[in-house]
Design a protein around this ligand. Structure first.
Ligand SMILES: C[S@@+](CC[C@H](N)C(=O)[O-])C[C@H]1O[C@@H](n2cnc3c(N)ncnc32)[C@H](O)[C@@H]1O
Length: 200
């Protein structure tokens, strides 16, 4: 959904499976003791009453986020209560909202490696060492529509799989991180970003 009129006590029901997005935010950003400061998360919200809102969580500047679903749900809720326009509006530190659709979101990633996650894609292990500064795109519980997929492929996205079985989006995010962490560790880089242990 795209209004702040939902209950944090019923994220799956009152908010149109907002629980999935909350888990994705947490999986993308949290480490055991710290946060992946080099990760941003974009949530493309296409539900009623105002389809077409993009909420961005910036790992570098995020504050007031804890790993539980209610915490990310609360920051999403606060962002949705803002009057969204085509320009970014800051909601809370590290959380921004704007109006937008998939086309405008993809345009904002121009020049970066787009990686579309799909069960029958190429094995991420064949590519993890090659991709730098990637943008990973995942569907929700209903997957990606034909039209959205067409836009992704036209934008040059590669189709990548994290394994043969269909998983929840947030579990895919954990697996993607794990593959990239291993590659970074092999290169002698610090997985999770140099500032990952900075205070939340
Ligand atoms: C729960 S799945 C979607 C299932 C949905 N019923 C469908 O048919 O597309 C959510 C998203 O996770 C990603 N995903 C799930 N399993 C995957 C896998 N093994 N490899 C790559 N991506 C996967 C895809 O982006 C998918 O859209």
């Amino acid at each position: 959904m795209t209004s702040g009129e939902f209950s944090l006590n019923d994220l799956p029901g009152s908010a149109g499976r907002m629980d999935i997005l909350c888990r994705c935010v947490s999986s993308a950003l949290f480490l055991s003791f710290g946060m992946r400061r080099d990760v941003n998360v974009h949530l493309l919200l296409l539900g009623e009453p105002e389809p077409g809102k993009i909420i961005r969580f910036e790992g570098l500047h995020l504050r007031y986020l804890n790993p539980d679903e209610r915490s990310s749900g609360s920051l999403i809720n606060k962002a949705l209560l803002k009057n969204a326009t085509e320009l970014d509006t800051r909601s809370t530190p590290g959380v921004w909202i704007r109006k937008g659709d998939l086309k405008s979101l993809l345009a904002s990633f121009e020049g970066r490696d787009l990686v579309y996650l799909r069960e029958d894609g190429k094995d991420i292990r064949e590519l993890a060492g090659e991709i730098r500064d990637p943008v990973f795109i995942l569907g929700d519980h209903t997957g990606v529509t034909e039209e959205e997929e067409k836009q992704l492929l036209e934008a040059g996205a590669k189709i990548i799989s994290v394994g043969p079985i269909s998983l929840h989006s947030n579990h895919c995010i954990t697996l993607i991180h794990n593959e990239l962490d291993r590659v970074e560790a092999e290169r002698g880089e610090i997985p999770g970003g140099a500032n990952s242990r900075a205070e939340n």
